[in-house]
Design a protein around this ligand. Structure first.
Ligand SMILES: [Cu+2]
Length: 194
């Protein structure tokens, strides 16, 4: 319903569909804040939606996702100077995946393959080729610099293929949250992880 409302608004106002429509920040079940300790624990499952995507007909099934999101259609926002713990699980049935904090890339400048030196704050899972199905890794880092980043998969060409979501460090933010960019989330796709 919210998505239809957003689309209706776009057409009613005559806005360009290119303008990013960001939903309200929300705290999903997979983000656990500890404001007193300035810590956040985030659980990210690669290919969280794979089985549901393959079950449905007439939609793209080649999307690879993080908690059901891909290609920047979700941004995680985190307060500056907080300690971030990411529990990363490869929930895919058949593909290897990894996780790395990187700078922002335009589609045209994305490297074919991410290297260790592309990692911001040294935050990436090893090996770079990805972890196997059902394997887990934990990343721990401090969100020490405000700005926009990517959480991207360093496996093969996965970054170029859309295996990334946004990651933003903001000052004067009370807790970590997530924002869905509804206009980049096709209606026919199953919803991301709540
Ligand atoms: Cu991947």
């Amino acid at each position: 319903m919210a998505r239809f409302a957003h689309l209706a608004l776009v057409f009613a106002l005559g806005l360009s569909p290119g303008i990013a429509l960001a939903g309200e920040p929300f705290v999903p079940s997979w983000i656990k804040n500890d404001p007193a300790a300035k810590k956040v624990a985030i659980e990210i499952v690669a290919d969280w939606n794979q089985i549901e995507r393959y079950r449905r007909d007439n939609i793209r099934t080649d999307i690879i996702d993080f908690n059901g999101y891909w290609g920047g259609n979700l941004t995680i926002i985190v307060p500056e100077d907080w300690s971030v713990q990411i529990d990363f699980i490869n929930g895919s049935s058949n593909f290897w995946h990894g996780l790395m904090v990187t700078r922002v890339y335009a589609q045209s400048e994305m490297p074919v393959k991410l290297k260790a030196e592309d990692a911001i704050w040294g935050a990436y899972t090893t090996p770079l080729e990805g972890i196997k199905v059902n394997e887990k890794r934990q990343l721990n880092f401090v969100a020490q610099q405000t700005g926009s980043y990517f959480l991207a998969c360093p496996r093969q060409t996965h970054l170029m293929d859309g295996h990334w979501i946004g990651f933003e460090v903001r000052s004067e933010l009370e807790r970590a949250a997530a924002i869905v960019h509804e206009d980049q989330f096709p209606q026919e796709q199953p919803p991301g992880r709540p």
